[in-house]
Design a protein. Structure first.
Length: 103
C-alpha cells in the first residue's frame, strides 16, 4: 500500500492557497502573483511589460492600472489614451507656403 504524505497544508505555511495533492501539499498564487520559493507569492509588476499601457502605468497588488496624461482620456479598453478636444491638424511649410490638413 502507498503511504499518505507526511506533510499537510496546515503545516506547509503557504502565503496564499495550499492544495493537498497525493504527493503532498502544494502552494498556489492568485492571479497577478508568482511563486518565489514554493511557499511565498510575490506581486508581478505588470508595468514592467513594455506596451501594457499607452502612457502611464501604476502597479497595484495583484494587478495594475493604466493612466493618461493631462488632456487625454482613458478608453474603454482601460489601456489606451485618446486626446481630448477637436480634430488633429498637421501643419507644414514649403519654400513659399504654409499648409494645414485636418487628420
Amino acid at each position: 500500500l502507498c503511504s499518505a504524505p507526511t506533510h499537510s497544508c496546515s503545516h506547509h505555511n503557504c502565503s496564499h492557497t495550499c492544495v493537498q495533492l497525493p504527493t503532498g501539499p502544494k502552494c498556489y498564487c492568485p492571479e497577478g502573483y508568482h511563486n518565489i520559493n514554493d511557499k511565498e507569492c510575490q506581486d508581478i509588476n505588470e508595468c514592467e511589460i513594455y506596451g501594457i499601457c499607452d502612457q502611464k502605468c501604476r502597479n497595484t497588488p495583484g494587478s495594475y492600472e493604466c493612466l493618461c496624461d493631462h488632456k487625454y482620456i482613458l478608453q474603454e479598453d482601460k489601456k489606451t489614451c485618446q486626446a481630448v478636444g477637436g480634430e488633429a491638424m498637421m501643419v507644414f511649410s514649403s519654400k513659399t507656403q504654409i499648409r494645414a490638413y485636418f487628420l
